[in-house]
Ligand binder design. Structure first.
Ligand code: SF4
Length: 503
């Protein structure tokens, strides 16, 4: 046997039990063009006084140092840009991910600090969002000339099986209050560790009791506000997130969610306003969205584009009141039918009665005149005008069998109605017939749905981590702020690349 056949190759040994001290140049953890540097630099230009004002530990006084808000803001923006919405995951990544390590200077950050900061100061976060919009506006990237409004359902941090009726919530609440009472009596000889655990248990019990109190209030509100079928309606609310409502999502299922409304500037697809709402339908959302724009941006947009779910008399009126040019898709609730609910057809349908505008009367198939008798106010400037035939004519009419409903009393007489729209609706409908309006409306889906897809897919906002509408709005604001910044960076890159491409 030759030497070559018996020789064992010599390999580098792997020793995983050793401890190694390494030199790390933190500054070189990320390259110069890394987006984390742009985030840090941009956050450094913002006025963070509202965050600093909250810090109790100040120079010359006792107390633990606070983590710098510039760092926490940058960390969250960087996290959302990488699809991380979990505070625990972000804390983990601070231990090994170069971008996070560079931001933290290799210091560890607790997930409690991160999650507390994200949902702690809404006023400061709103101010941050507005400051960024101001910068974008100063660069001409936001003009508010034309915006889109659209809603997207985002799953709440509550399971479908947490929804309960009033009695069950009240029973759980009584048990939770009792638990709080018992936990509030700690034993005197408690060890230090046990004291901390006891405090954590008491905090958790108090939070549970407070969520159940909110759920009870929500159930009572829903029951009170129910208009139709109130006697058989049983209101239910989630015991973990009382403000979340069961909504139909894009996949056709129903899950506890919030309806997040985004107002997006069409020029560069930047989000100018965001709000999580508890209303499952978009029907009533246009007016509040315009009010928020006026309040937070100082003025309403010149034009607003929204889909058929928003297009109704109330929205048209609201847009007119705010002085905003509204573009939508009007869906007529009335559709021509061969027969009505009373079994009438052909010339006996109300819609077949000819209307004489000069005399403001209808004529029936027997040639009788139906005169205006009453006006019903339907709200938002819509009025229903009621016209009735003479009682005697209907009583003796030869065509009565085809005209009257089955079992009509002898005193019955035919009436028809005519809807009188407000002038704003008439003008809106006429405008939407024009080619220019159709082209403006056609922009809607591209602009609005891109932002929705981005915050869900790229920011990882498929489900809220926090509970309650306010905190859900804050989470959505963080995601939209990240979206705006990433879009801004990419617009800048495109702008810088232009001369080179031309050259
Ligand atoms: S029943 Fe009255 S409304 Fe109907 S066709 Fe006769 S007269 Fe006209």
């Amino acid at each position: 046997m030759s030497n070559e056949e018996t020789a064992v190759p010599r390999l580098v040994a792997i020793d995983r039990r050793q401890l190694i001290l390494r030199t790390v140049d933190v500054e070189k953890l990320v390259e110069q063009e890394h987006c984390v540097r742009s985030i840090w630099e941009l956050v450094g230009r913002l006025d963070l006084r509202l965050y600093y004002a909250q810090i109790a530990a100040v120079e010359g006084s006792a107390g633990r140092e606070h983590t710098d808000p510039q760092l926490l803001i940058s960390l969250w923006l960087y996290a959302y840009s990488r699809g991380i919405s979990s505070a625990r995951e972000l804390a983990r990544q601070c231990e090994y991910e170069p971008g996070c390590q560079w931001l933290c200077g290799l210091q560890a950050i607790s997930h409690r600090t991160l999650s507390g900061f994200r949902s702690d100061n809404k006023t400061a976060l709103d101010d941050l969002f507005t400051q960024v919009l101001g910068m974008l506006s100063a660069e001409g990237l936001i003009t508010l000339e034309r915006v889109t409004l659209d809603g997207t359902k985002i799953k709440a941090n509550a399971g479908g099986n947490t929804f309960r009726g009033r009695e069950k919530i009240a029973a759980h609440l009584a048990a939770a209050r009792e638990q709080v009472r018992v936990l509030n009596q700690p034993a005197e000889d408690e060890e230090q560790l046990a004291k901390r655990q006891g405090a954590a248990k008491r905090r958790a019990a108090r939070q549970r009791a407070s969520r159940l109190e909110a759920a009870l209030r929500e159930v009572e509100r829903l029951q009170r506000e129910k208009v139709h079928a109130r006697k058989i309606f049983v209101a239910r609310a989630s015991s973990t997130d009382p403000e979340a409502h069961v909504m139909r999502n894009g996949e056709g299922g129903t899950v506890p969610s919030y309806n997040v409304q985004l107002v997006t500037d069409t020029q560069h697809g930047l989000v100018v306003n965001v709000e999580a709402t508890t209303d499952a339908i978009d029907y009533r959302q246009l007016d509040p969205a315009l009010e928020r724009c006026e309040q937070k941006l100082g003025r309403a947009p010149r034009q607003i584009v929204a889909d058929g779910d928003y297009t109704n008399h109330a929205s048209v009126q609201a847009a007119a009141t705010h002085g905003v040019d509204f573009y939508g898709s009007w869906q007529e609730s009335w559709k021509p039918t061969a027969g009505d609910a009373q079994g009438r057809s052909g010339a006996f349908l109300s819609s077949a009665f000819p209307y004489d505008a000069t005399q403001d009367v209808f004529r029936c198939p027997a040639g009788e005149t139906l005169r205006h008798r009453a006006v019903l106010n339907r709200g938002h400037g819509v009025r229903t005008r009621v016209y009735r035939a003479p009682k005697e004519a209907c009583r003796t009419c030869a065509l009565r069998e085809q005209c009257a409903p089955l079992g009509a009393r002898p005193a019955w007489r035919r009436s028809v109605t005519r809807i009188e729209e407000p002038s704003a609706t008439t003008a809106f409908k006429a405008k939407m017939q024009t080619e220019e309006a159709r082209q403006i409306y056609a922009q809607r889906s591209r602009v609005a749905e891109f932002a929705h897809a981005w915050i869900k897919e790229r920011c990882g906002l498929r489900q809220f981590r926090c509970r309650g509408r306010l905190k859900a709005t804050m989470e959505a604001t963080w995601a939209c702020l990240t979206y705006n910044l990433m879009r801004w960076f990419s617009l800048r890159r495109a702008l810088q690349a232009q001369p080179a491409a031309i050259g």
